[in-house]
Design a protein around this ligand. Structure first.
Ligand SMILES: Nc1ncnc2c1ncn2[C@@H]1O[C@H](COP(=O)(O)OP(=O)(O)OP(=O)(O)O)[C@@H](O)[C@H]1O
Length: 658
């Protein structure tokens, strides 16, 4: 072989590998998501260097990472000395903060024709707390982290609901302790809460943001007796998650008489709802019922909390086909005449962005920023939506001072989200759990290389092995969630399992594809019934009372709820429903799966670590145990993917960071 030919061959090989590893993955959108290692904010423009240190609090690492019912989370090693600076003088900080706010010169002007927008001077019971920036973790500060759900700070109604839902002995998880400490503190006049809640999957972030929000809404309810729209908005990336969050919220307001509702359809011709159904929905009989906006119905004013995906919320606020005319720049705002705005956002006081890393990623960020900007405008204090900056990737630092409380929640903080916060929310406080970017403590990780050409058969064999082990151990049959990288792969695997006598449900973004698994799992709108058996049911008060009765063979789960124990008979319909659910990343986000989902199969090495953390996190939730099995090519070309993934995932298993 001539030297020239040899060089050409080597060159081709290198180029080929480069293409396979980098270009192909970039083309398919599989490039790695870089997760940040440190959430400490950099000094922000306009704020002195030292002040940013106060914008982060990490729960002490001796806080138990598992859910504890009997032991207070921070009972041990309280006097451990941590190398943290002493807090600064409280009065000094508060003064500076207040003067900064005044210097910006922006006033809250009520919008013309809207008498309900007003700047309130609230007398909050906790307003004597010295400062909102006192977040340094000193030994003294450890003692200040609440170790129980108590009233105060919770209202008695909310406390009762927490006990109904989690059991009487539930103790706050680290992220909830941080929330109890910080989010219940009223901010100074004319300023708002800005928080990032960052903690691993299944660690109770939903409760960490719902409790302070619901508490505040209840406390200030009397200030707006005649409302024209919801007072809080929770954004989530999928309808399934929105519905589950709304159901959870409803359970929490059982004693507080607030109205929480989800919206998955709005301003569409078929979204008609009868008065009877609407009253059912509002009265909570139909926990999954959707709030469907009928043009001209004018019903949104009865809501307190609206939960929805960004596209739905935009349809509600901007009208049906708002996006048809959507211009890509701020100057050319869409004409509102394309539909009828159905929801008035002028009274929104709280916005929660759940799964913030998704809602601030390139697919969603324009919509998310548009909603935040619309709310700010409706409240009489316009804030730019930054659409153009975002498209051009010229993200000049520019603080976005929204006139409402803003809470972001996520189990993974990619560098892009961290950069967005640095640039646009320099004063946002990061509350971080010690196990952020780690796998749940009780999650076992297994790698299963494909050894033959028949991958489906190998997955089926593994599945049967899991159930065989269950039977030998006298346990009930595990529910298994299988994640594929593509819709086609999920459908193909589902069809194979059906053909081999394993009923299953395939749920992908394309609802028309969803029946392909043969299990009848259609992604239905308006209900999470297609996921029945897989999602954790929310216990109502009557259920939880029942659960406290002694039951033979039953056991209590970590939250104090009764869970079906070994040998206990499930209801006929439940046991006969499929035990296998196949999906893509669609269902990997935020959904609270039942503890019976003890296994997650990942059919191909995940595209990035963040994706893996979310998929794996559908099991081993709330301190329960689970196992994730990652499949991948065992030998030959492409086998290095699994090896690489193995090394990367090993890092996620190390114990909580020091
Ligand atoms: N203090 C607690 N004690 C016991 N169980 C709890 C507690 N807080 C929350 N849970 C339960 O833990 C489960 C997981 O909570 P949640 O869905 O809020 O987690 P998450 O952190 O939002 O997870 P993800 O990142 O996957 O969205 C829920 O079933 C919830 O009821």
């Amino acid at each position: 072989m001539s030297l020239r030919r040899a060089v050409r061959l080597v060159g081709r090989e290198i180029a080929g590998r480069y293409f396979t590893r980098h270009l192909a993955s970039a083309a398919l959108g599989t490039s790695r998501t870089r997760l940040v290692k440190d959430l400490t904010p950099r000094p922000a423009p306009g704020l002195p260097r030292k002040s940013t240190r106060k914008l982060i609090e990490v729960a002490p690492r001796d806080a138990p990472s598992r859910f504890s019912r009997d032991r207070p989370p921070h009972s041990s090693k309280r006097d451990k000395k941590l190398p943290c600076p002493a807090p600064r003088q409280a009065g000094e900080r508060r003064l500076r903060r207040t003067s900064l706010r005044r210097r910006d010169g922006i006033k809250h002007e009520p919008k013309a024709g809207n008498n309900n927008v007003q700047v309130r001077r609230r007398a909050h019971p906790a307003s004597h707390v010295p400062t909102e920036f006192d977040f340094s973790v000193t030994p003294e500060a450890l003692n200040t982290l609440p170790s129980a759900f108590s009233s105060p700070p919770l209202s008695s109604g909310l406390l009762q609901s927490v006990h109904d839902v989690l059991g009487p002995n539930a103790r706050p998880t680290p992220i909830q302790s941080l929330s109890l400490k910080h989010l219940f503190v009223a901010p100074p006049l004319d300023s708002y809460r800005r928080f990032l809640l960052a903690s691993e999957t299944g660690s109770g972030k939903s409760l960490a943001y719902l409790l302070p929000m619901l508490h505040d809404l209840k406390e200030t309810e009397h200030l707006s007796p005649r409302r024209t729209g919801p007072r809080a908005l929770v954004l989530a990336p999928t309808h399934e998650l929105s519905r589950q969050l709304a159901s959870f919220g409803k359970a929490l307001v059982h004693h507080s008489r607030l109205r929480v509702q989800t919206a998955s359809r709005a301003n569409v011709a078929s979204a008609r709802v009868s008065a009877a159904k609407m009253s059912n929905v509002f009265d909570g009989d139909d926990a999954e019922g959707e709030f469907e906006v009928r043009p001209g119905s004018g019903t949104s004013h009865t809501l307190d909390v609206l939960v929805g995906t960004p596209p739905t919320v935009l349809r509600m606020t901007r009208g049906g086909r708002w996006d048809k005319n959507f211009a890509k720049s701020e100057e050319k705002r869409p004409k509102r005449s394309v539909g009828h705005p159905e929801v008035n956002f002028s009274e929104i006081e709280w916005v929660v962005v759940d799964e913030a890393d998704v809602l601030f990623d390139p697919d969603f960020i324009d919509q998310t920023l548009l909603i935040l900007s619309d709310i700010a405008a409706a409240r009489g204090k316009p804030v730019p939506a930054l659409i153009r900056d975002n498209r051009n990737k010229s993200r000049a630092p520019m603080p976005l001072d929204y006139p409402f409380n803003l809470v972001l929640s996520s189990a993974t903080i990619p560098a892009a989200l961290a950069a967005h916060l640095e640039n646009h929310h320099p004063t946002m406080t990061r509350l971080v759990s010690p196990r952020l970017h780690r796998l749940p403590a009780h999650l076992a990780l297994e790698f299963s290389p494909y050894n033959s050409g028949n991958r489906n058969a190998e997955v089926l064999a593994k599945l049967k092995a899991v159930w065989r082990d269950n039977a030998l151990a006298g346990r009930r049959r595990a529910r298994i969630v299988i994640f594929a990288n593509t819709r086609a792969r999920a459908a193909e695997m589902g069809a194979y399992l059906s053909g081999n006598g394993v009923p299953n449900i395939v749920v992908t973004g394309q609802s028309s594809d969803s029946r392909q698994g043969g299990g009848g799992g259609l992604r239905v709108y308006g209900s999470n019934k297609h996921l029945a058996g897989f999602l954790k049911p929310i216990l109502k008060q009557s259920d939880s009372l029942h659960s406290q009765l002694p039951s033979a063979g039953g056991r209590e789960d970590a939250g104090g709820k009764a869970a079906t124990g070994p040998g206990e008979t499930e209801t006929k319909s439940k046991s006969s429903s499929p035990h296998v659910l196949l999906s893509t990343s669609l269902l990997a986000r935020g959904l609270d799966f039942d503890p019976s989902v003890s296994h997650v199969f990942v059919l191909d090495p995940p595209r990035n670590t963040a994706d893996f953390l979310h998929r794996a996190g559908r099991t081993a939730r709330a301190g329960s145990s689970g196992r994730v099995i990652v499949f991948g090519k065992g030998a030959g070309r492409g086998a290095e993917k699994l090896r690489e993934m193995r090394q990367r995932l090993a890092a996620l298993r190390v114990s909580a960071r020091s």
